[in-house]
Design a protein around this ligand. Structure first.
Ligand code: 5GP
Length: 190
């Protein structure tokens, strides 16, 4: 893949990685573009097709798997497929952008393995699993079952942190944002 650098932010759900990714996208000098993933989950609240995700049916998603259209894909939660379309990353790289991903740890590590030199893989660490639970409840975008499913996955995901290039501790958001900005700026510069 020619062109830009690939910046991955992975973390357990509720760690604040989406907030960090949004902040980085606002920093014009980093020349970042967001990799819009495909998903078979339903859209929540204000989410727009093509902006937050490409919302697909399970059948459509599976068709893309069969056609080998994904750089990586995961059944992140039962019946909820998520994946990065090759076409999305190729398009953004062709525009001369650095591409930023908000994806789960397995997907993040898979992209890092495919493009080790071009990729910066960052793990965002929450203060604790209890704090994650509080944040997910506060966000109230999921019901209790879904929250418990995300919490159960979090412990497994936390164990993968050492496999990432860098770990950002999101205990204090302002500090985490500053750290993320410096990390990405340095990677892009080199
Ligand atoms: P949510 O349903 O909260 O939007 O996302 C659930 C999880 O799926 C998050 O950890 C998110 O980062 C991850 N995710 C989103 N897009 C992708 C993708 O394209 N591939 C993979 N592997 N995970 C993704």
């Amino acid at each position: 893949m020619k062109g830009g650098k690939l910046i991955i932010f992975s973390a357990p759900s509720g760690s604040g990685k989406t907030t960090i990714v949004r902040y980085l996208l606002e920093q014009q000098d980093l020349n970042l573009a967001f990799s819009v993933s495909a998903t078979s989950r339903l859209s929540r609240g204000e989410e727009k097709n093509g902006e937050h995700y490409y919302f697909l049916s399970v059948t459509e998603f599976k068709k893309h798997i069969k056609n080998d259209d994904f750089l990586e894909w995961e059944e992140v939660y039962r019946d909820n497929f998520y994946g990065t379309l090759k076409s999305e990353v190729e398009r953004l790289c062709a525009e001369g952008k650095n591409v930023i991903f908000d994806i789960d740890v397995a997907g993040g590590l898979r992209i890092k393995k495919k493009f080790p030199k071009e990729t910066l893989a960052v793990f965002v660490k929450p203060p604790s699993v209890d704090e994650l639970k509080i944040r997910l409840k506060k966000r109230s975008t999921e019901n209790d079952d879904k929250i418990n499913m995300r919490i159960a996955k979090a412990s497994v995901e936390l164990a993968t942190a050492p496999q990432f290039d860098s770990i950002i501790k999101n205990y204090d958001l302002d500090i985490a944002l500053k750290e993320a900005r410096e990390l990405v700026a340095e990677f892009i510069r080199n």
